[in-house]
Design a protein around this ligand. Structure first.
Ligand SMILES: Nc1nc2c(ncn2[C@@H]2O[C@H](COP(=O)(O)OP(=O)(O)OP(=O)(O)O)[C@@H](O)[C@H]2O)c(=O)[nH]1
Ligand SMILES: [Zn+2]
Length: 633
């Protein structure tokens, strides 16, 4: 039966269902979100299936409110079963993230999640999988149903309406983007006071599916422009807009959160995360257009790192550096660029300057030796950029990782997933063309950077690097605040009597303070990004082969930039500390995301780019016009 208005039975003809049982079930999702559901079962449902109703949050109050003129009716989602998406995290649809989001949203305001056993829009699991095979051969999700002899959508929401009536919900706020759901419910006598859109959970794998929902059945969905698929060697397509890239990164959050503890255990990023990052196009962000990159600006870079950190700080840190090292390689002489960007691939490189190794000049190149630490991302890199000293001149050597000894040294309390291991070389030959003077590399321009018109290529090296730690700390603090809020709504604390934590005055004040600190962190971070973007914009036109236009930021700009970033980091750390202190002992279980966020942020605050004392010292000098005593501050 096609589920549409004409075929739906009139309200009066629906038999009454009754509540059969109810039982309390505490829920915990893979990302750590917890709440408690009152799960209801029913007698007399029209199709005889075992549908569930999960009553969430202050659902009883929401039922009382539906009858008052000013009250807010219960928030309700009718979620159709999707075994592949709900249980196994399939990326072919958006069901898993929608379900997760719905539980949280409903729990926050009170209402019901109806879990309806209508797998595959009512055609069943096997048929849905057959439909996927047809979609792999070019049919869209609706054409595939028709080709299998089914209707586009065979769902009938009569049982859902019976359940709502049995629980006493006659006026609801419907959480859905699907106009057919709303139409069927109204026709069956449910008063929909408001339609609340669900989030749009876009991924590379489900974009076509969501576009078909929007274009064929009028789902209200805002989707990014079609994005190019992962570039194969030699394959060039248009770059996405920064907004599209940011929304693709945003769509990764649920997966990054799910993988955060696996990432820690591995002590480097899982391959699945690297694949997600590549597919989203993240590593092309800062690469100039001339080598197949997106040539995007610092605003997008900082935002992408921050977004990734809302999922997993180790991922944000690693990706932030790998992106930045692509940018570094695009500023090497042409011969190196041709080698590393061969066939349109994006080279991944680790870079480390600590401690500095030794180089001696030999015929045709250098012989280098050293033991370098903190090579973030090296586990995923083909190349390493290593600092060496030759007769008092600081150089950087580009070396294939395969030529180095990789040492398992990254055993830390935080940022455990960054795989920032050690590297060793003993009298390794590096040809002349793969060695550059540090001074050239760190200046806003050098002969290699002049190959590219993209404005972001013409800024000093350290400026971009300074963004990674504060953007990561900010995203992590924002995630902590989100977790804190969700927890306050459900966690019980002992006052004189036991109350929900959100109803305790102290918790309310603590939440407001944490909220304010995160806002402070964001404002300082925005200020820093604005200062940097303005200094880049001032360089005006693109440089030519002979005329560099790269602008060194002034001492005042540098001071304000670093100071804002340092203050942002401090506020992020303070927010996380406050949140963890108000979250009870269970926040320190290794399975709880808050303790990981705190460990990650603590390590970030000890990174030289956020280390407060030396930064305020130099910033003070710069603001007083005394000049810096630290090179490339
Ligand atoms: N036949 C078929 N069913 C699919 C396909 N992809 C997802 N589904 C099913 O579609 C249903 C998803 O429904 P809902 O989550 O209720 O979403 P919706 O009706 O599209 O609308 P919203 O309320 O806005 O989310 C689940 O039963 C999935 O199993 C597909 O390609 N073919
Ligand atoms: Zn699904």
């Amino acid at each position: 039966m096609t589920a549409c208005l004409d075929t739906a039975p009139p309200a009066a003809s629906l038999p009454r269902a009754t509540v059969r049982s109810n039982v309390t079930v505490p829920l915990q999702f893979p990302d750590g979100f917890r709440t408690t559901a009152e799960v209801f079962t029913f007698h007399g449902l029209a199709d005889g299936k075992e549908h569930l109703l999960l009553a969430l949050g202050s659902w009883e109050q929401s039922l009382l409110a539906q009858d008052s003129e000013t009250g807010v009716a219960p928030l309700v989602r009718l979620h159709s079963e999707c075994m592949t998406g709900d249980v196994f995290g399939s990326e072919r649809c958006d069901c898993g993230p929608q379900l997760r989001e719905a539980v949280e949203e409903i729990a926050a305001v009170g209402g019901f999640l109806l879990y309806l056993r209508q797998e595959g829009r009512g055609i069943g699991l096997y048929s849905k999988l057959d439909a996927y095979t047809l979609q792999d051969n070019g049919l869209d999700t609706y054409e595939a149903n028709l080709a299998l002899g089914h209707d586009e959508d065979e769902r009938d929401y009569s049982a859902g309406v019976q359940m709502l009536q049995a629980i006493g919900a006659s006026r609801i706020r419907l959480l859905s983007n699907n106009p057919d759901k709303a139409a069927q419910l109204s026709a069956l006598g449910i008063d929909i006071s408001e339609r609340v859109p669900t989030g749009v959970h876009v991924s590379e794998a489900n974009l076509a599916y969501l576009a078909a929902k929007r274009d064929r059945t009028g789902h209200v969905l805002e989707l990014p422009e079609p994005v190019p698929e992962v570039r194969r060697p030699g394959f060039h397509t248009e770059a996405p807009s920064p907004e599209t890239l940011i929304s693709l990164v945003g769509a990764l959050l649920p997966r990054l959160r799910e993988r955060a503890s696996e990432t820690e255990e591995l002590r480097h990023l899982p391959e699945s995360t690297m694949t997600d990052l590549r597919q989203a196009g993240v590593f092309r962000l800062l690469a100039p257009k001339g080598v197949g990159g997106y040539g995007m600006g610092v605003e997008t870079y900082a935002e992408v790192v921050r977004q990734l950190a809302r999922g997993c700080a180790s991922t944000a840190w690693t990706a932030g550096h790998l992106m930045e090292h692509v940018w570094m390689l695009a500023r090497w002489p042409k011969q190196v660029q041709d080698e590393v960007f061969a066939l349109g691939t994006v080279p991944l490189a680790a870079a480390t300057g600590a401690p500095v190794g030794a180089a001696t000049k030999v015929t045709g190149g250098y012989s280098i030796s050293g033991h370098w630490s903190f090579a973030s991302g090296v586990m995923h890199s083909e190349w390493a950029l290593l600092a060496v000293d030759c007769d008092g001149v600081r150089l950087q050597a580009l070396v294939p990782v395969a030529a180095l000894e990789l040492m398992d040294a990254w055993h830390t309390a935080g940022l455990r997933g960054t795989g920032s291991n050690d590297l060793r070389a003993d009298h390794l030959f590096v040809p002349d063309y793969r060695v550059m003077e540090w001074g050239h590399l760190s200046a806003s321009d050098n002969p290699g950077s002049l190959v590219h018109p993209d404005p972001t290529l013409h800024i000093p090296m350290a400026t971009l690097l300074n963004l990674v730690a504060p953007s990561t700390a900010l995203g992590a603090a924002e995630h902590a605040l989100e977790l804190f809020q969700a927890q306050l709504m459900v966690r019980k604390v002992k006052n004189t009597t036991e109350v929900r934590q959100a109803d305790s005055v102290l918790a309310q004040a603590r939440f407001a303070e944490a909220f304010g600190l995160v806002a402070t962190a964001r404002l300082h971070w925005e200020e820093a990004v604005r200062i940097l973007a303005a200094s880049i914009a001032r360089s005006g036109t693109a440089p030519t082969d002979t005329e560099p236009t790269g602008t060194e930021p002034t001492d005042t700009e540098r001071s304000r930039y670093r100071l804002s970033l340092a203050l942002s980091g401090q506020a992020s750390e303070a927010a996380v500390r406050l949140i963890v202190a108000g979250s009870g002992g269970s926040a320190h279980r290794l399975s709880h995301p808050l303790q990981r966020i705190q460990r990650d942020v603590n390590v970030l605050l000890n990174h030289p780019t956020l280390s407060f004392d030396p930064i305020v010292e130099q910033a003070g000098r710069g603001l007083l016009g005394l000049g810096f005593t630290v090179r490339s501050f």
